[in-house]
Design a protein around this ligand. Structure first.
Ligand SMILES: *Cc1c(COP(=O)(O)O)cnc(C)c1O
Length: 526
C-alpha cells in the first residue's frame, strides 16, 4: 500500500448533506391519482390536527435514490469486505434466505392473524423450536426473546422464578472475568449482584475460585463455552457439578455456538438454560443491518416457567374451548376441524408458573424464516461442516499471523483456538509505539473492517479476531498480509498508523463525545 495521501478522498470532500437540504418545494417522486370517491372532511378531530403541515423534504426519485445509495456507501458492510469482528460472527448472509423471507405469505403476515389462518407460519416456528432443541440438547424452546441479551434476561428471570418456586431467595450470579458485557448488565437489570470468577492460566474458569464462591446465595453461573477467548473449557463437567451442587442453575451464553454446533451440545455439558443468537450463528444481517432474535432452550426443571405464548402442536382432533380448531372450507369460511399448530397463551391456566410475556407478539418472525431456511438447507451434516470450517479458518489465520507478526501480536492464551482468537497488542505498543486502536484504524485503509478491540477485558490491548467459515483462503491471506504491512510500516514510522484512517468518509471521531453529546438536531432546519 502506498504512503498515505493527506489529500481528502472524494467522499471526505463532499459534506454529507441531509435530505432536507436537497430537493425543492413541489418536487415529487410520486403523484397520487385524483380522488375517485367523495372527499370527507373532519375525520380527524380538530384537537389532533396540526396547525401547520409537517416540514417534510420534497425531492424527486433520482435525488432520493442517490441520496440514500451514497449514504449507504459511506459505511463499511459485510457485502463489501471482510468483517472479522470477534464475538459477532459476521458470516455471509445467503441470498436464498432473503428471497424466502420476502415471500408475501411471510413478509405480509399480520401478527394478529388468527392462528387458524397462519398454520404454515406456526408450523415453521414449531419446527424451528424442535431444531433448536436438538442443537442445544435441551427439550423446551421459547422463540420470544428479541436478541441474545434479551435471552439472557429471560434466562435470569427463569432462574429467579425457579428458585422462588422452591421458596428460595438467592442474591448473586457468577460470571467469569472474560464475560461479554451483556452478562453483568443482565444480572444487574434482573436485580442480582454480579460476582466475578477468576480465570485459570489456560483462560478457562478457575475451578478452585468457583468452588470458593459457590454457595447457596448463588442463583446462577453464566458462561459461554468456548469462551470469548476462543478456548473450550475442558473442565465444564466439573464446573456443572459444582454449580448444581449448590442448587444454582447453569446458563449458556450461546454467542459462540458457531464453534461447537453439531459437535457438542450445551445440554449434554450440563447447562440448564441456553440462548441462541440466531443473527450470529444462523445468518441474518445484523450490526446495524437488521433485527436479531435470541430464543432460549431449557431443561425440564425450568420448563414450567417459560414465557407465554408458546407455539404448540395439538394432537389431531383436540378441541379446546374458544381455541376450537378449524380449517378453510371451499367457500373460504372457517369450518370444523382442528388447527394443528397453535399459540398456547395459557400455559397451565390459573396455576401457571410462566414468567409471562417478554415482548409484543411472537418474536422477530423474519429472523425465524431465515434461520429455518439455513438449518434446512444445510441439514445436520452441513451444520457440522459450518463449525469445522469456522474453527479451521480461525486456526489457519492464527497460524499465518503467528508466522508473520507473532512477536508483536502474540496469542493471549493457549496454542490453538476454536472459532476465534485473541491477540495481545501489548508488545506492539511497547516496541513500536502504536496501539491496537491504531492498527484497527489503519486496517480500514486496507479495505478491512477491524476486529473487535479492547475486548475481552482480561487481555491487555486485545484484538479479538473471528474470520467465520464463509471466507476464502485468499481473503485470510490478504488480511494477514495487511496486518504484517501495517506492522512493517510502523517499524519505519509509527505516526502513519497513529493518524489513520486516511481513506474513509470521516477520520478519527470523538467517540466518547458522540455518545455523551450527540449532535442530532443541528443539521436539521430549525
Ligand atoms: C453478541 C453477544 C452477546 C449479546 O447478544 P446480542 O444478540 O447482541 O444481544 C452476548 N454474549 C456474547 C459472548 C456475545 O458475543
Amino acid at each position: 500500500m502506498s504512503a498515505p495521501d493527506a489529500s481528502q478522498t472524494k467522499q471526505q470532500r463532499e459534506r454529507a448533506t441531509t435530505i432536507f437540504e436537497k430537493g425543492a418545494p413541489g418536487r415529487r417522486a410520486f403523484r397520487a391519482p385524483d380522488l375517485d370517491v367523495p372527499q370527507v372532511d373532519g375525520l380527524i378531530p380538530e384537537g389532533m390536527r396540526r396547525a401547520q403541515p409537517p416540514r417534510l423534504p420534497e425531492a424527486s426519485e433520482p435525488e432520493l435514490v442517490r441520496h440514500y445509495v451514497n449514504l449507504s456507501k459511506r459505511n463499511f458492510d459485510l457485502d463489501s469486505g471482510f468483517y472479522p469482528l470477534g464475538s459477532c460472527t459476521m458470516k455471509h448472509n445467503p441470498r436464498l434466505h432473503e428471497r424466502v423471507a420476502a415471500l408475501p405469505g411471510h413478509a405480509r403476515l399480520h401478527p394478529l392473524q388468527d392462528p387458524r389462518r397462519a398454520q404454515g407460519a406456526l408450523e415453521l416456528m414449531f419446527n424451528l423450536q424442535e431444531s433448536l432443541a436438538e442443537i442445544a440438547g435441551l427439550p423446551h424452546v421459547s422463540l420470544q426473546p428479541s436478541a441474545g441479551s434479551h435471552g439472557e434476561l429471560a434466562g435470569v428471570l427463569l432462574t429467579r422464578a425457579y428458585h422462588a418456586d422452591r421458596g428460595e431467595q438467592r442474591t448473586t450470579v457468577l460470571t467469569p472475568d472474560s464475560a461479554h458485557g451483556t452478562n453483568p448488565a443482565t444480572v444487574t437489570m434482573a436485580g442480582y449482584e454480579v460476582v466475578k470468577v477468576a480465570l485459570d492460566a489456560a483462560g478457562g474458569v478457575d475451578v478452585d475460585d468457583l468452588r470458593a464462591k459457590a454457595d447457596d446465595s448463588v442463583a446462577c453461573l453464566m458462561l459461554t463455552n468456548p469462551s470469548t477467548l476462543g478456548i473450550f473449557d475442558p473442565n465444564i463437567e466439573e464446573i456443572a457439578s459444582i454449580v448444581h451442587g449448590v442448587g444454582a442453575t447453569l446458563y449458556y451464553d450461546g454467542a459462540n455456538l458457531n464453534a461447537i454446533m453439531g459437535y457438542s451440545r450445551p445440554g449434554d455439558m450440563g447447562f440448564d438454560i441456553v440462548h441462541f443468537n440466531l443473527h450470529k450463528t444462523f445468518t441474518q444481517p445484523h450490526g446495524g443491518g437488521g433485527p436479531g432474535a435470541g430464543p432460549i432452550a431449557v431443561s425440564d426443571r425450568i420448563e414450567p416457567y417459560l414465557p407465554r405464548p408458546q407455539v404448540v402442536r395439538r394432537p389431531p382432533g383436540a378441541q379446546n374451548g374458544s381455541n376450537a380448531l378449524h380449517e378453510n372450507g371451499a367457500d373460504g369460511r372457517l369450518v370444523g376441524g382442528p388447527p394443528i399448530f397453535d399459540l398456547d397463551e395459557d400455559r397451565g391456566g390459573r396455576d401457571s408458573k410462566s414468567i409471562g410475556k417478554l415482548r409484543g407478539f411472537q418474536g422477530n418472525y423474519g429472523v425465524f424464516v431465515r434461520t429455518y431456511a439455513y438449518i434446512r438447507s444445510l441439514g445436520g451434516e452441513g451444520l457440522q461442516d459450518v463449525c469445522e470450517v469456522a474453527v479451521l479458518n480461525a486456526n489457519y489465520l492464527l497460524a499465518r499471523l503467528r508466522e508473520k507478526v507473532g512477536d508483536r501480536l502474540p496469542l493471549a492464551f493457549g496454542e490453538r483456538c476454536m472459532h476465534e482468537f485473541v491477540l495481545s497488542g501489548a508488545p506492539m505498543k511497547k516496541e513500536l509505539g502504536i496501539r491496537t486502536l491504531d492498527l484497527a484504524k489503519r486496517l480500514l485503509d486496507h479495505g478491512f473492517h477491524p476486529p473487535t478491540v479492547y475486548f475481552p477485558l482480561v487481555v491487555d490491548e486485545a484484538l479479538l479476531i473471528e474470520p467465520t467459515e464463509t471466507e476464502t483462503r485468499e481473503t485470510l491471506d490478504a488480511f494477514a498480509d495487511a496486518i504484517a504491512a501495517i506492522i512493517a510500516e510502523a517499524e519505519a514510522d509509527p505516526e502513519i498508523a497513529r493518524n489513520a484512517p486516511y481513506t474513509t468518509p470521516v477520520r478519527r471521531l470523538d467517540e466518547a463525545g458522540a455518545a455523551k453529546r450527540p449532535r442530532v438536531r443541528e443539521v436539521l432546519p430549525q
